[in-house]
Design a protein around this ligand. Sequence first.
Ligand code: F6P
Length: 232
Amino acid sequence: PRQIWITRHGESLDDAAGRIGGDSDLSENGRRYAKALARFVDHQRQQWEAYQRQKDLLKHFPPRAGDITPPNPSYIPQEGPRNFCVWSSMMQRSVQTAEYFNEDDYDVKQMRMLDEIHSGKMEGMTYKEIQEQYPEEYAHRKKDKLFYRYPGPGGESYLDIINRSRTVIVEVERTTDHVLLVGHRSVARVLLAYFRGLKRDEVADLDVPMGVLYMLEPKPYGVEFKAYRYNP
Ligand code: F6P
């Protein structure tokens, strides 16, 4: 079975300053996470390939009379090699988080649909500044986060994110490759909620911390779900 991996980008300079939105670079911390991420996923990929090679060996050297055979050889799934896709958003912090994946081994690309929620005229502000300068907007969002759309040009709501994530989901479901999605808090919430079959009402407040790498593996009886945490 193929695996779907989801993570947020590493810490950016805006994150370190508590500012939302923007398009800042990774901080030193963020770079360290990006390196650790590529190292970890690469290890997983190599293990996967070793497993594939073993299965191929069994195919080419089927057990002979007198050999000890696996309990049920027909159970061994006959799968070809898989590619590994790494899709990030178009934002610098996300592109830079995917930068340490070797393009010979990974199909790396960027998608605008994975970009962070646009906070309209509140881009670049801290939550405290929003609360002080736009107390009504702040309260409105708190009360109705799923439907609340940030005012000002480009401003989005979680419903907007759900809508634009559909294209990503279609692409993920269409490919049989392993896929790592490097996103942001809002899109990671939406994608995780979708692949885990959560309710729409749970999306906007789902706990999706930085430095956590999620793995989802569709199985006949449901989805296997694992979360790996980075130790800074
Ligand atoms: O603070 C990081 C961030 O990714 C912001 O850029 C974004 O506006 C926010 O998180 C989304 O989280 P929430 O919807 O909970 O404000």
